[in-house]
Design a protein around this ligand. Structure first.
Ligand SMILES: [Ca+2]
Length: 92
């Protein structure tokens, strides 16, 4: 294997290893019922930031109770939760 091929192959291998580790960690968290929102509960899709897709998830739960979008824990998803999401807009 040439050096150029090795250099282009190694970073990809590292990324693959990282992805496998991340998937394993998610599986462990899921098996214990732990959410992956971490310090950013408004990151409803777990993307590492709060954005449009999180608004979509919140709106899908609008008027319902005890979902992941019930950010203030009052038993329903409403404007208060939307306000919390907007206050956390951006990166976590
Ligand atoms: Ca709420």
């Amino acid at each position: 294997m040439s050096q150029a091929v090795q250099q282009s192959f190694v970073p990809g291998s590292l990324r693959s290893s990282r992805a496998v580790i991340q998937l394993a960690a998610l599986a462990v968290f899921a098996s214990f019922g732990v959410t992956t929102h971490g310090d950013c509960p408004a990151d409803l899709d777990g993307s590492g930031g709060v954005g449009g897709s999180d608004i979509g998830l919140l709106l899908a739960q609008w008027g319902k109770g005890n979902g992941s979008a019930d950010l203030n824990g009052d038993g329903k998803v409403d404007g208060k939760d939307f306000g919390i999401l907007m206050a956390n807009w951006g990166g976590c």
